[in-house]
Design a protein around this ligand. Structure first.
Ligand SMILES: *Cc1c(COP(=O)(O)O)cnc(C)c1O
Length: 495
């Protein structure tokens, strides 16, 4: 198998093995790690369609994570995709109103982040062992709500690791917050910051770039890493489920071998949809990649105009995990459309951190031809939940509803009848109030846990264990801080 090495999108000039890239998380020049080439699938789609999730995941990931042995990688996969998931299919497909919903929320924290974050701690501790790293790994994470809990669940009490999660104190759903602040594990710290997700993410990136702080901690036996979707160890596991979805449709006779499918993804930090693009580059027959945004439609505007501009009002929406104006993983696509030029990528990212905007050339914009951008505002999102529920009895969460709306709009505008797989990124139980209000505003009078029981009756589904777990769990984390205090909070925790 051809080795894949990783280097920074901004030209740091160092080549890393996959395991070192997983350990480091972010390049020291602030860039993201990208593979030197995208490997091609080396099994046929027919062969892959006979495999279960775990075996298929191995076949995809072995192509990217080439310095992990078969035993190591299979071990990581076995530890990740086990009974923490409430279905042996791991990522089942559900057909509703003419689209296929790929349910990525059957893991421990009922959002799609579990797909990668159940695996990342194992990839990381394996990488530490392989590379003889003796230091304690400190995971620093900024979250718009779902990454935080999924990372906490993945890393809690994992020997040799600690985890610090920063979330926007007023920018997550009550259930998201309750899930995080009730987290157990002596190695965990959860902090509400006075700011939005972008503030949290920028703060974390700044700490990663603070070489002096890194040296101080190094002397105390700590090394930072990231569980955010900028870590290549998050991206690679996400490629697998697009291959899985395709091969399930193939196995069920819904599509023919080689027939194109479109993929529609509710997008924030651009990790999930980038994984779908990587799957396409590996040879998976994917046509359009439909990128769905909420009111924070910075990506929609980018696909329209070729100008990325974060200078705009930030909206807190009912799909908080997509309330993002600096979409980090887009940097990997920019690098790709610039012909793998780290100079050009570094230049554009410099403009973004300086003026808050950049424009790509007409030639570069041609590289975006596979993408279609759309967005749903708050009313359209709520109407879509109601519409799908009334037509089919299927209840989708707010994020999935953004994608579902954009998908229907895409079909109506273009007449494209290619089968579509919609990434369903969260269980409706995670955003119960917004979901139930969308179906009937009368529900707003009830408490969160009454709504959960109502949702169970209405959708004829069992309340997930993740929700049962927080009904009576004590709050264990009460730390809050300003954005400029993030560093000292970390230093305090690592004393
Ligand atoms: C994180 C998240 C998204 C956005 O995914 P990206 O990979 O950041 O684009 C969408 N929906 C839910 C529920 C999420 O948790």
């Amino acid at each position: 198998m051809k080795e894949v090495t990783y280097s920074s999108t901004r030209g740091e000039g160092v080549k890393y093995t996959a395991s070192m890239a997983v350990l480091k998380g972010l390049a020291s020049d602030g860039g993201l790690f990208v593979p030197d080439h995208i490997p091609s699938l080396d099994k046929t789609l027919a062969e892959l369609s006979e495999m279960d999730y775990q075996n298929l995941a191995y076949e995809v990931m072995k192509l990217f994570l080439t310095d992990y042995t078969e035993e190591e990688l299979r071990g990581c996969i076995a530890n990740a995709y086990d009974s923490k998931f409430d279905t042996p299919e791991i990522a089942p497909l559900s057909e509703s109103c003419g689209s296929y919903y790929l349910e990525l929320w059957h893991g421990a924290t009922i959002a799609f982040k579990d797909m990668a974050l159940s695996l990342l701690p194992h990839l990381m501790t394996t990488a530490a062992k392989k590379n003889g790293l003796k230091k304690e790994i400190v995971i620093l994470t900024a979250t718009s709500g779902d990454t935080g809990k999924a990372a906490l669940a993945g890393f809690a009490d994992v020997p040799g690791t600690r985890i610090v999660v920063f979330y926007p104190k007023s920018g997550v759903s009550p259930i998201q917050e309750k899930q995080m602040v009730t987290q157990r594990g002596d190695n965990t710290l959860v902090v509400g910051i006075h700011g939005n997700f972008d503030d949290a993410q920028t703060g974390v990136k700044k700490i990663f770039g603070d070489n002096e702080f890194a040296r101080e901690l190094d002397e105390k036996g700590f090394v930072f890493s990231s569980a955010n979707s900028i870590n290549i160890g998050r991206l690679v596991p996400q490629v697998c489920y697009y291959v899985y979805a395709y091969t399930r449709l193939l196995k069920e006779g819904r599509i023919k071998d080689g027939e194109l499918i479109n993929v529609c993804v509710p997008t924030g930090n651009f990790g999930n949809i980038l994984a779908a693009f990587y799957a396409k580059l590996m040879g998976l027959p994917v046509g359009k990649l439909i990128c769905a945004s909420n009111t924070n439609k910075v990506l929609f505007d980018f696909f329209e105009s070729g100008t990325y501009d974060r200078n705009r009002e930030f909206h807190v929406t009912t799909s908080p995990s997509m309330d993002i104006l600096i979409s980090s993983n887009l940097e990997r696509l920019i690098y790709y459309i610039a012909g793998n030029s780290s100079d050009r990528c570094a230049q554009l990212m410099g403009e973004l951190s300086g003026n808050g905007n950049y424009s790509i050339t007409a030639d570069e914009k041609k590289g975006l031809a596979d993408f279609y951008g759309g967005y749903a505002d708050e009313a359209q999102t709520a109407d879509q939940i109601k519409k799908i529920y009334e037509k089919s009895g299927y209840v989708i969460d707010t994020h999935t509803a953004v994608a579902s709306f954009v998908c229907d709009e895409y079909k109506a505008k273009t007449g494209d009848e290619t089968p579509v797989v919609i990434a369903s990124t969260a269980s409706p139980y995670k955003f119960t109030r917004s979901v139930m209000n969308a179906i009937d505003p009368e529900y707003d009078k009830k408490t969160d846990f009454e709504l959960i029981d109502d949702l169970s009756k209405l959708s004829n589904t069992a309340v997930p264990q993740a929700i049962e777990d927080i009904r009576s769990a004590p709050v264990l984390h009460k730390t809050e801080c300003d954005v400029n205090e993030m560093k000292s909070v970390i230093a305090g925790f690592l004393k």
